[in-house]
Ligand binder design. Structure first.
Ligand code: CTP
Length: 427
């Protein structure tokens, strides 16, 4: 078998010129330092898939940090070193970034712990990676520029659309790869290869996912939510019993699928209204519906969910259905406001997850628009000074009343309404 192939023609065809020049330049810097330089991982995979990917991961057979510092000096860019992992990142002024790693074999003291690092060669570096499709390298040094290193049948798997681990302990070494397997499978419409699927199931049943920090699982989940069809990914996670290991009381039903789909359809529109918009929290609102307090508490701790998030979830538990009914019945905004107030992003998303028809969605969006834009011209001071109302709660109540009127009709005359309210009270 030939592990090497000249893929310069493909690089020249698929990679924009200024980018290709940068790769060549990096190769010559490798020549200067007398060390082999490779571009690896997602960039190489996507090159063959014809997908644009400008995430550059370099692997250096030598000292990655020294090389990164050399490049930083030549190109006058910022370098950040991560001594512990023998890696470094280069930050270009236009926001572009290159990660540099030292070719290494990682070994793990205990599974699910962060890897220790040892110096070794490119083949070993590729072997410790997640899947064959991510385990190719292209050499950048000028003599061999464009040479593909494919030791593990990566190209074949890529052509056949297969997600395959490189060795049996891959998922044990890094259990978050089980979530990654689903992500790549769904993104490329690939298939997890049979033996890999067996190993995945065994590792899952071995309880290895539970040994990973919640933070790392959360990161991989969030990546699934950024994919083109996240609901498909979530469904697959559930099918493989992975979702259940992450959220023990979450059951993916037809109804949940529908709610999630509704939600993802409105995120773009919601983001126009909310600058604070965490999709992960919104999805969690669906996952964690109907949880008992105990389980909710443990999930909250494991995934570092803010207290506020859980409080809001609890608060809305009994209100969500009534609010939805009110929206469907087109009850006036001021009455909805009395129950819902100004909802946070994930509560708005939660409500929209329950709304199927466009008219109801539009009505609710109109509500959001209204509660966040309506402002009173009247101030508490006017009430205090001109109308001699002294008690603050009283002032708050009156202002609230006028705000509600304005929610239903933004064109009211505030002063007139104020006089009506006061008149009503006095006589
Ligand atoms: N990797 C790994 N195990 C992990 C995470 C990453 O082996 N748990 C390796 C893979 O070789 C991967 C590379 O590190 O290609 C970079 O990781 P990442 O940026 O997360 O993934 P990409 O493959 O670049 O995928 P994406 O297109 O989603 O960025």
């Amino acid at each position: 078998v030939n592990f090497f192939e000249d893929v310069k023609p493909l690089l020249m065809k698929n990679i924009p010129n200024r980018f290709l020049n940068l790769l060549r330049l990096l190769g010559t810097y490798g020549d200067d330092c007398d060390i082999p330089i490779y571009v690896v991982g997602g960039f190489v995979r996507d090159l063959f898939l014809g997908i644009e990917n400008f995430d550059i991961d370099l692997v250096v057979e030598g000292n990655g940090m020294e090389f990164a510092k050399y490049v930083a000096k030549q190109l006058d860019v910022k370098v950040v070193e991560h001594e512990k992992f023998l890696t470094a990142s280069l930050f270009f002024k236009d926001g572009f970034r290159i990660d540099v790693a030292t070719a290494r074999t990682e070994y793990y003291d205990k599974p699910a712990e962060l890897p220790k690092v040892d110096i070794s060669t490119i083949k070993k570096d590729l072997y410790r990676r997640d899947f064959t499709i991510n385990a190719m390298a292209i050499k950048l040094n000028s003599k061999e520029f464009g040479m593909l290193y494919d030791f593990f049948g990566s190209r074949k798997d890529l052509e056949e659309g297969i997600i395959r681990v490189l060795h049996k302990l891959s998922f044990v070494e890094d259990p978050t790869r089980m979530v990654r397997a689903v992500r790549f499978e769904q993104r490329f419409d690939f298939r997890i290869e049979d033996e890999t699927l067996e190993i995945l199931k065994e590792t899952l049943e071995g309880g290895y996912l539970e040994r990973v920090t919640g933070q790392r699982i959360r990161q991989e989940l969030e990546k699934i939510l950024q994919e083109k069809d996240p609901v498909k990914g979530i469904k697959r996670l559930s099918e493989l019993n992975i979702l259940n290991r992450i959220f023990p009381k979450t059951y993916f039903t037809v109804l949940m699928e529908k709610k999630l789909k509704n939600m993802f359809l409105v995120f773009k529109r919601l983001k126009n209204i909310y600058s604070k918009n965490n999709i992960f929290y919104a999805v969690l609102r669906i996952f964690l519906e109907f949880y008992d307090v105990e389980t909710l508490k443990s999930v909250m701790q494991r995934y570092g969910l803010p207290k506020k998030f859980v409080e809001e979830l609890k608060k809305m538990e009994k209100r969500i259905i009534p609010v939805i009914e009110m929206i469907k019945m087109r009850i006036k905004f001021s009455d909805i406001y009395k129950i819902l107030g100004k909802p946070v992003f994930e509560t708005a998303a939660h409500i929209l997850a329950y709304l199927d028809d466009e008219d109801s969605k539009n009505y609710f969006f109109e509500y959001l628009e209204r509660v966040f834009t309506v402002k009173l011209n009247l101030s508490g001071n006017v009430l205090k000074e001109k109308f001699k109302i002294k008690s603050s709660p009283e002032i708050g109540k009156i202002m609230g009343e006028i705000f509600c009127m304005k929610l239903d009709n933004p064109y009211i005359n505030e002063m007139e309404k104020l006089k009506e309210i006061l008149g009503g009270r006095n006589g």
